[in-house]
Design a protein around this ligand. Structure first.
Ligand SMILES: [Zn+2]
Ligand SMILES: [Zn+2]
Length: 317
């Protein structure tokens, strides 16, 4: 089968011919139909996340067809032990032994993939393969982040990429008011945020017209954390949705005072997936995608690195 393979971090993926993988115990084989390109893939390729399996087939937003004709999605959480203190208390996203798709396990930048069926989700009917792929990480992690924003009415979204473009639709559906923050001078991103239902959109170093009850930071930029704190009302929370971020600069305690909080979101649970994939067709969430051929995965990653992707990048197989 054709696959895009990471042999060494900080080098481009290489198109290789690999044997079609054989499912191990508990695994199923999927013919990959589409695979979303996530910022996490970029962190793996660029070496921000250390110690991936090498060589590695990246990709953890897989829409595939099983040998018996079912359409399933494969997310980032690929395996957990089911026995640790996290797994047994509803927090399998924090499992000590968790294994992740496209990081510890070969992923979907290939014509075939194998996955533990217990961690796969049925793809909701009505979503074409390509449009469904970004739901599997941008959507799921976005949903988990939105849950941690609690009942915030005035919600700030920092960084308007794949995840924010989905979360904005869900948050509007829930009746929240949205404020979008994009990179200074990125008029296209600002217009995109307004199209997706933000009542105000501005630069990330600006103050919104009103204080925010919560903010979700999607962009991997640590300086956004104190910026978002400064925009919060008393008791508000900043949720950091990414797996990697540049260092957070020091800031005066005053920004945290009055019960403001900062927290991160790590991975996903299967419950997040079930909830979100049931909700998405009701909103209905519509994903905006850029399509790439498998062998053009490096181009997709380059555009993502430069912040040029509108919505989500998806590989077509
Ligand atoms: Zn565990
Ligand atoms: Zn992801």
């Amino acid at each position: 089968m054709r696959a895009m393979v990471l042999t060494r971090q900080r080098e481009p993926l290489e198109l290789r011919d690999l044997p079609v993988p054989e499912p191990g115990p508990g695994q199923i084989r999927l013919r990959v139909l589409a695979c979303g390109v996530c910022r996490t893939d970029l962190h793996v390729v660029d070496g921000d996340l250390e110690h991936p399996k090498l060589p590695l087939v990246p990709g953890h937003q897989i829409v595939g067809e099983t040998d018996d004709g079912r359409r399933l999605g494969v997310p980032w959480l690929g395996w957990t032990d089911g026995t640790c203190r996290y797994c047994t208390t509803g927090r399998e996203n924090l499992c000590d032994e968790a294994r992740f798709t496209g990081y510890d396990i070969d992923g979907g930048y290939a014509e075939y993939a194998v996955a533990d069926e217990r961690f796969c989700f049925p793809i909701p009917d009505g979503y074409p393969d390509m449009q469904a792929a970004p739901l599997l990480c941008a959507g799921l992690i976005g949903w988990r982040s939105l849950r941690f924003a609690g009942d915030a009415t005035r919600l700030g979204l920092y960084g308007f990429g794949a995840s924010a473009h989905i979360v904005a639709q869900v948050a509007r559906h829930q009746g929240r008011r949205l404020f979008g923050f994009v990179r200074h001078g990125d008029e296209a991103a600002r217009a995109f945020a307004l199209e997706l239902g933000c009542e105000w959109a501005g630069w990330s170093d600006e103050r919104p017209p009103e204080e925010l009850d919560a903010a979700i930071v999607f962009a991997p930029v640590g300086a956004l954390v104190p910026a978002a704190l400064a925009a919060l009302a008393k008791g508000g929370c900043v949720v950091c949705a990414g797996i990697h971020m540049s260092d957070i600069p020091s800031f005066p305690y005053e920004l945290l005072w009055e019960e403001r909080a900062v927290r991160s979101v790590a991975n996903l649970t299967r419950r997040d997936g079930e909830e979100f994939l049931a909700l998405a067709p009701q909103v209905p969430v519509r994903t905006e995608i850029e399509t790439y051929a498998l062998e053009d995965a490096n181009d997709a990653l380059d555009r993502l690195r430069r912040g040029e992707v509108r919505g989500a990048a998806v590989l077509h197989l």
